[in-house]
Design a protein around this ligand. Structure first.
Ligand code: ADP
Ligand code: ZN
Length: 290
């Protein structure tokens, strides 16, 4: 008896089968090219386990359609990756495998992974924010993934500009939203160098923390999560953590009593496995609620 997991990313698809506990038994990864090619590999992987497969959990890059009543439920929708735009990923799996399928965003899956088995284990709620090529966030409260008419888009909130920041912002929809000012892509455009090459430039990380701290203040005041896990390539710059904590403390200004900041703002414990582990757990949930 195994649970299938698909972490559908813009660069690669990670697939796995795991146990009910979330433990991964076997995994593979395939480059994200176009649906016909990538999904063929994905389907072949799960065919090996067809007899024991109980359910599948898919955590996908987005935006995606998660409204069960919608005609395009299970689709990847407005993605800039044209080959995947309006692609029915849940349908493609349903056609091949007669098992319950759970479907959510990659970051919601990562939040589920971290709150179940990672840096927020034992707590009731957490937010997972990835700061990578773009910025995205997901939240889990009492074991339930937070969704509404759609899924949260925590990367596209508005933040106050730093007065010395002259960069116009790189978000195609909002220019200077959080993602437009603080994602890895924005850092690269503003400074003309890859984020990793700017590791020793203090100004870069102070500015980065200026924006991330504002976002965390907003998430904190709106959702009051018990922990916020910050992942993604940019957060590999570990010097950001103390800077973000300091700036968040200053912004909140004792208005609410925050948890101990060293425990409140933390890196992922499952590291790069947060998403795929969350997808296994999503499959477990899909079987239960079926
Ligand atoms: P993706 O968001 O595409 O899934 P990542 O989370 O790895 O993938 O994020 C990629 C972004 O993170 C790029 O903008 C890259 O420049 C940046 N990045 C990757 N590694 C580092 C690092 N060690 N330090 C700073 N930035 C990094
Ligand atoms: Zn935006």
């Amino acid at each position: 008896m195994v649970y299938g997991a698909i972490e559908a990313g813009g660069t690669k698809f990670v697939v796995a089968v795991g146990e009910k506990s979330g433990k991964i038994i076997k995994r593979e990864s395939y480059p994200t090219t176009e649906p016909a090619e990538t999904m063929k590999a994905v389907i072949q992987f799960f065919k090996q386990y067809e007899d024991e497969l109980k359910a599948i959990g898919i955590g996908s890059f987005g935006p995606i359609d998660i409204r069960k009543s919608s005609a395009t439920y299970g689709y990847i929708t407005q993605t800039p990756k044209l080959a995947w735009r309006n692609y029915d990923i849940v349908g493609a799996m349903k056609k091949e495998f007669n098992v319950p399928i759970g479907f959510t965003t990659d970051v919601n899956a990562a939040a589920l992974g971290e709150v179940s088995l990672g840096a927020a284990a034992g707590l009731d709620s957490c937010i997972y924010l990835t700061i990578g090529t773009g910025i995205g966030g997901g939240a889990v409260v009492s074991g339930i993934i937070l969704e509404g008419f759609s899924h949260p888009e925590m990367g596209h909130i508005m933040v106050r500009r730093h007065k010395r920041d002259r960069f116009t912002g790189s978000c195609p929809s909002h220019s200077d939203c959080l993602e437009g000012l603080a994602a890895g892509g924005a850092i690269e455009k503003r400074w003309g160098q890859k984020a990793v090459e700017l590791a020793d430039n203090e100004e870069v990380w102070n500015l980065e923390a200026h924006y991330i701290a504002q976002a965390l203040m907003n998430y904190t005041l709106i959702l009051s999560p018990e922990r916020i896990v910050l992942g993604g390539g940019v957060m590999k710059q570990r010097q950001l953590f103390p800077l973000i904590r300091q700036k968040l403390k200053a912004l909140v200004n004792n208005y609410v009593q925050l948890p101990d900041l060293d425990e409140y703002i933390v890196p992922p414990k499952l590291e790069d496995d947060a998403g795929i582990t969350g997808c296994v757990l999503l499959a477990v949930d899909a079987e239960k609620s079926n």
